[in-house]
Design a protein around this ligand. Structure first.
Ligand SMILES: Cc1cc2nc3c(=O)[nH]c(=O)nc-3n(C[C@H](O)[C@H](O)[C@H](O)COP(=O)(O)OP(=O)(O)OC[C@H]3O[C@@H](n4cnc5c(N)ncnc54)[C@H](O)[C@@H]3O)c2cc1C
Length: 509
């Protein structure tokens, strides 16, 4: 079916509907080879996914002096002892296979001679990050999977469309309603897979791709799916602070190579804050940057030493990014900001990516598998997207979710895209201030009240915005309920970890 042919019809049927074409969605579609699959995405995967922006790579314990056990320990440690140990063991145990699957799919990973080249990243006790095209790993993976998916006989694509509502029939999910330039389209499906990525764009400052608006998670929450750990959002400390949305990322490896964070007045930002200084964990550095910014200081990343040394050759992407925005990193420090980067929480799923609602599956960043706990270990998310994408595809091959007869609940409202709605801009600002790297009870309570007022004021046509507001409120409520500081969730009013709160939170809309 061509895009054009699909657009002429407003009611379509498929066997499996995959929403999203990042690494998770493409892996699901490719692996569900026994089923008829329709993949819906708003734009070409390379332009529309966070996957394509991934720089560092994919973590796998395949080095000669590495082990699955060591990678598991690092993951659990980074997760502030909040990860699900069984999930961690299973995913890390499958990592080598996941990398080989990508190689077989045509991903040209970088090599040192015959061996895969491995980088070491913060939080990892060994060099175990497989990468491609230097610091353009995500793009290389997406291009290879996309090419394969386009050639696969069982997969069809519908581009220039995005889901705005799940079709629900007596508690079963049986497809989705889409927004397209030609108006709404309903797609009926036996199985529906959410692979819509993260929620970074719910924050004013983000590194995430243009469609990481949280709509997939918001639709699932609104439909009654169980969610978990919504309060845990990872912030990246060094996004380039320029007029861009998303903000370009400056890799942490620059600090590993000697770059330092300073204020415009020349004060070292990390001095006295952590024994590892600029190489402290990501959440610690993000809070330091955020606090400087709240105090009205400009924060700079001084990478001049790196770009005046042979190490500069390792950072072609960072150099190109800086120059694109008019900076010469060998001569001047670069303005940076903390920015929303990754969501550890999401739709609660089992080992095969099945959600609590029959007919609904979730994979990749939109899901909460328990792998990341309160803080993701760098480069574990591409791994999770591949492992769960494949697991969902395999589970789908075993059979369809039984059909439910009847007509799904009618769409309650027409929906428009709120991208240019001032209430969406205001929500992103509110999320940044109340749900950013440093939180407190008073700001969260005030933000919840503001969001509740906005929800009450929503009109016909505000369905997408209303769901984003519901999701924002659920995230704020989870952050308020977690009266402790753990991993990426930092409460100024509760700066200690509380062992009584070891269980993941869940939320309903
Ligand atoms: C700048 C950056 C660098 C990163 N670097 C790394 C790294 O080095 N290693 C690592 O492991 N992780 C990294 N991450 C995280 C990682 O890229 C993501 O967690 C992962 O790619 C998520 O994959 P996904 O398939 O779940 O989502 P995405 O890749 O975001 O794909 C989501 C897809 O869903 C589509 N979509 C969204 N909404 C809708 C809708 N309503 N209807 C239909 N389709 C929709 C999108 O257009 C897209 O096609 C990085 C993230 C960023 C932003």
């Amino acid at each position: 079916m061509s895009d054009a042919a699909a657009m002429r019809r407003t009611n379509l049927e498929t066997d499996v509907l995959v929403l999203g074409a990042g690494i998770a969605g493409l892996c699901v579609a490719l692996n569900a080879s026994e089923r008829r699959v329709l993949v819906v995405c708003p734009d070409e995967p390379v332009r529309s996914s966070s996957s394509a922006l991934a720089q560092g790579g994919i973590a796998a314990p395949i080095g000669a002096s590495d082990s699955v056990a060591a990678h598991i320990l690092d993951t659990i440690e980074a997760a502030a002892h909040f990860a699900d140990p069984a999930t961690v063991s299973r995913v890390i145990g499958d990592a080598a296979q996941a990398v080989h699957y990508l190689i077989d799919s045509g991903v040209p990973f970088d090599r040192d001679g015959a061996q895969l080249s491995l980088h070491r990243e913060a939080g990892h006790g060994a060099a175990r990050v497989v990468h491609a095209a230097g610091d353009r790993t995500g793009e290389a993976i997406v291009r290879a999977l996309w090419q394969r998916a386009q050639a696969a006989g069982h997969i069809e694509f519908l581009g220039n469309a995005r889901a705005v509502e799940l079709l629900v029939l007596r508690g079963h999910i049986c497809g989705a309603r889409l927004l397209s330039p030609r108006g709404p389209i309903a797609i009926h499906a036996r199985d529906t897979v959410l692979a819509t990525g993260g929620i970074g764009r719910m924050f004013r400052m983000t590194t995430n791709g243009p469609f990481a608006t949280g709509d997939g998670l918001a639709m699932a929450l609104d439909a009654g799916a169980r969610t978990a750990a919504l309060e845990f959002v990872q912030f990246h400390p060094t996004a380039l602070y320029v007029q861009a949305d998303p903000l370009p990322l400056l890799t942490e490896a620059l600090r590993g190579a000697g770059a330092r964070l300073i204020t415009a007045g020349g004060r070292p930002v990390m001095a006295g804050r952590h024994p590892l200084g600029d190489l402290a964990p990501r959440d610690v550095v993000s809070r330091a940057v955020w606090e400087c910014q709240q105090a009205g200081e400009i924060v700079l990343l001084d990478a001049t030493s790196v770009f005046n040394s042979p190490q500069a050759a390792s950072f072609p992407g960072a150099l190109e990014t800086a120059r694109r925005y008019g900076f010469e990193p060998s001569r001047q420090p670069l303005p940076v900001t903390a920015a929303a980067h990754f969501h550890m929480g999401g739709i609660a799923v089992n080992d095969h990516g099945a959600s609590s609602l029959p007919g609904l599956w979730a994979g990749g960043e939109v899901a909460c598998t328990g792998l990341h706990g309160a803080n993701r270990l760098a480069s574990n998310s591409l791994l999770e997207a591949v492992v769960y994408g494949r697991a969902i595809g395999t589970a789908l091959n075993l059979g369809s979710t039984p059909a439910v007869s009847g007509t799904p609940d009618a769409a309650t409202e027409a929906a428009h895209d709120p991208e240019h709605d001032p209430r969406w801009t205001a929500l992103r600002e509110l999320m940044w201030h109340s749900m950013g790297p440093v939180r407190d009870g008073a700001s969260l309570r005030s933000a919840i009240a503001q969001v509740s007022t906005e929800i009450e004021g929503c009109q016909l046509g505000d369905a997408v915005l209303r769901r984003r507001l519901l999701l924002a409120r659920a995230m704020m409520q989870s952050a308020l309920a977690r009266s402790e500081s753990r991993g990426a969730h930092w409460r100024r009013d509760y700066p200690q970890r509380d062992p009584q709160q070891d269980a993941p939170s869940s939320a309903t809309a």
